[in-house]
Design a protein around this ligand. Sequence first.
Ligand SMILES: *Cc1c(COP(=O)(O)O)cnc(C)c1O
Length: 493
Amino acid sequence: MMYVSTRGNYPPVTASQTIGFGMVPQGGLFVPQSLPHLPAEAYRDITSYQQVARSVFEPLLTDFTDGELAQCIDHAYTPLNFDTASVVDMVDLDEKRTIMELWHGPTAAFKDIALQIMPHLLSFAKKKTGNTLHTVILVATSGDTGKAALEGFKNAPDISIIVFYPHEGVSEIQKLQMATTDGRNTAVVAVRGNFDDCQTGVKELFADPLLRAQLREKGIEFSSANSINWGRLCPQIVYYFTAYADVVRRGRIAAGEPVDFCVPTGNFGNILAGYYARCMGLPVDKLICASNKNRVLSDFFSTGVYNRTREFYRTNSPSMDILISSNLERFLYAMTGGDSGQVGAWYDALAHTGSFSVDTATRRAIDEVILSGWIDEKQVCATIDRIYRTRGCVLDTHTAVGVALSESFTGRDRKTIIAATASPYKFSCAVLGALQGGVVTNEFDCIRRLASLSGSPVHHALQGLRDRPVLHDRVIDTGRMRETVLELITTLR
Ligand SMILES: *Cc1c(COP(=O)(O)O)cnc(C)c1O
């Protein structure tokens, strides 16, 4: 399997090159040249997450040997990292809806599923491509990716990691989770700006050929752990298959019957993995794209116009507070039948004017696959409260966006699987506020009170967090990311 650029500006590369590069050096994202078909026998009667992962990876990461893939999978998906043997737990909400809990990993958010395996994939990828450079992973995070990437990459050989997050744009717990990370090769930097400032800054560093050449002379290269890296996306395809197999096995649907997946969305990575699962033959009818008040995606899907020049809101689902949804580019590439000229033109327009608009044929293709909508903060809180009172199930604020939106499609009689993207403990104050009213600000109090209210054990990622020493406290202005990186790479090894 070879990977091509969404903008047609780079020759095809292997899977390991894709993972090593992160994004296309000239701008654009790598996508598989075609998607392999996965027969139902590869997942339907199989209860081992690890085994399904192997079936999904083998036809996609074709220059990895089966033994290498098995080694990566076995290191990542162990009881040491995930507190459930099935990696992902499935919880029925009612007759029609099932929650797919993606948050059982070491940082309590779904990004662990990809970031626990990606460092292993990258290490093998470097060996295969004869790459002896020291790799510096640059990450822009709206909160959850940062800690998940730090946990995945800390102390990885020949790799360092630098994480940028918006100074006032993440929760106290998220901030503390990142700031207390140990490991000889980690750095965490707060930026006085929003997530898009962080992401734009990182993208500019990647896209600077002069800087890359300078670093190469010092034996250093940049790579990415953001969801623009194929090594992030590919592992996310797996749980769509295991989730589907679960609802078939438990008789919720007939074998082969299509389901909808509803995904709380920000950068469009998670839902895109669902789309790729659909392309690989998984019986998926619609993918429901759930946005919060930063509804740039739901506006795009309803009007055909992507316009990022709009007000940015900080909401109670901060990991979805995004105006530039990077992975949409890959989806549009697919929707145009691989028209890289068209995709390149749209993203040029986005860079220069802040918006682009797609043609009718593309909109029609999108409507075949996507349903969308957005949910405001009040609805999020009301949903958390109602689901707790009626079902005894505590949702986090991101998951609640998905659950609330799934209720607007009551006319459809598809069974729906909703992605639960974070443990409620990760956003305890917002969740407790929704359940009890009032404003609570001490996150550790919230965790304790939420535990006694819900009766469920505190997530393992958050136990003992309060007592860990803060090791990273740097804060910079948006214009200083480049010099900060240049300074940090001399100290990280
Ligand atoms: C990252 C994140 C999302 C958004 O996922 P994308 O892949 O960026 O669309 C949603 N919820 C939580 C809790 C997250 O951490």
